[in-house]
Design a protein around this ligand. Structure first.
Ligand SMILES: NC(=O)c1ccc[n+]([C@@H]2O[C@H](COP(=O)([O-])OP(=O)(O)OC[C@H]3O[C@@H](n4cnc5c(N)ncnc54)[C@H](O)[C@@H]3O)[C@@H](O)[C@H]2O)c1
Length: 383
């Protein structure tokens, strides 16, 4: 029998992120030696029938049909928020005020004001809090950061980041919540642009100071969504307005002197989840593409790039998994995130990325929107 302390988890939302987080909660203790053993206590949704079915499939012991009941429960010490951005602030603040630890999906909130309120609640709370920028936990991205910290590419001059998908190219794809500003905050910008801003800041250790931005909405109206909110959603005959950006492009300055370019779109035909980042430094370069997530490319000039297969036991997180060359996938990044979160909860350390890191990304997103609205004028990221 394990002598580890059990800690109860309550999760809100059970669709895409809910499923992948459930996988992480289920598997983390089987692969990592943890100070705390998570117990998947409660799943919250809105429909009793659907929430019960999801709980049975995903491994949750009980259900609630209102997240407010979940955050009050004594058998819940960690609240995991897997809902769209319009509910992050309300759930996270209530959970922190109820003395819970909180892990919240990205982007932290839909506005800077909400994110600030979440940071204030986190600062006043006993519990730990983390925003779920899972790409920090891709072994190749963690290795890229290690290379930068070790000075292996020298002084960074260029950051080139893209996040390219193609799932809304079809103008008949329905108006799901990700295409509605009141639910999602913004479009490609907050959904996937947030990830590359966080990854760029994480790998380089530099913050984005200011941006010049362009956003575009290619398809202005779409069929209203009927059944599912996910990628398999279906549309009805009635149409509604798309109220978010379809693509966001921006250049920026980083605090360590690098210049950066960012591109986020869900209209890049053929690109499925091409989250890419390339750094050029005074001594070398690093390049990564999530569509080949077990590889990091490294160059010191001369003969082009060398491919590093990031599956060796001394690479970040990899030692807990399979023999060299056997590869990890998307879900493992969440398992790593949960592992790091549980360790922070156990030691009382601040998890990374914190809510403050999430706010920093939110401020960049807001500067992008202000710049785009102002004819791409260079716009400082506000403190
Ligand atoms: N880290 C990543 O790579 C990544 C990937 C996708 C989504 N996300 C983020 O995760 C969050 C959820 O996205 P998703 O793709 O899982 O969305 P989704 O549409 O697949 O699932 C959303 C879930 O939230 C539930 N929900 C909505 N409002 C609720 C409420 N008030 N109370 C209870 N449940 C409610 C829905 O019923 C559904 O179960 C978003 O913030 C999104 O940006 C992160």
């Amino acid at each position: 029998m394990s002598d580890r302390t059990t800690i109860g988890v309550g999760m809100v939302g059970y669709a895409f992120m809910g499923r992948v987080h459930s996988q992480a909660w289920r598997s983390v203790g089987a692969f990592f030696d943890l100070p705390l053993a998570p117990r998947m206590a409660v799943l919250a949704g809105r429909s009793k029938e659907r929430t019960e079915a999801a709980a049975a499939q995903l491994g949750w012991a009980d259900v609630e049909t209102d997240w407010r009941e979940l955050v009050k429960r004594d058998d819940v010490q960690i609240v995991d928020i897997c809902t769209p951005g319009d509910s992050h602030a309300e759930i996270a603040i209530a959970a922190l005020q109820a003395g819970k630890h909180v892990i919240c999906e990205k982007p932290l909130a839909n506005t800077v004001a909400e994110a600030e309120a979440m940071v204030a609640a986190a600062a006043a709370a006993q519990g730990r809090s983390m925003v779920a920028f899972n790409y920090r936990r891709v072994p190749a991205i963690a290795l890229a950061r290690r290379f930068v910290e070790e000075g292996r590419i020298g002084e960074i001059r260029h950051v080139r980041a893209q996040y390219l998908q193609d799932w809304i190219v079809d103008p008949e794809f329905p108006l799901v919540w990700r295409l509605q500003k009141d639910k999602a905050g913004s479009g490609a910008l907050g959904d996937i642009g947030a990830h590359i801003v966080d990854a760029a800041q994480f790998i380089t250790g530099q913050n984005v100071l200011g941006v010049s931005a362009l956003t575009e909405t290619f398809i202005k109206e779409r069929p209203l969504a009927t059944e599912s909110a996910g990628l398999g959603a279906t549309g009805s005959a009635a149409r509604g307005e798309v109220t978010v950006d379809d693509a966001a492009l921006f250049i920026g300055r980083m605090s360590g002197g690098a210049v950066a370019s960012f591109e986020a779109t869900r209209f890049a035909n053929g690109r499925k989840n091409a989250m890419r980042i390339e750094l050029n430094g005074s001594l070398g370069s690093l390049a990564f593409d999530f569509e080949a997530m077990n590889e990091l490319w490294f160059s010191t000039g001369g003969g082009g790039f060398e491919r590093i297969l990031v599956t060796e036991p001394d690479h970040p997180y990899v030692g807990a998994w399979w023999p060299p060359g056997h590869g990890l996938g998307y879900e493992h990044t969440f398992t790593h995130e949960i592992k790091d979160f549980l360790e922070a909860v156990a030691t009382g350390a601040d998890p990374s990325p914190s809510f403050a890191d999430g706010l920093r990304v939110q401020r960049v997103l807001e500067a992008v929107e202000r710049s785009a609205a102002d004819g791409s004028r260079y716009t400082n990221v506000e403190d």
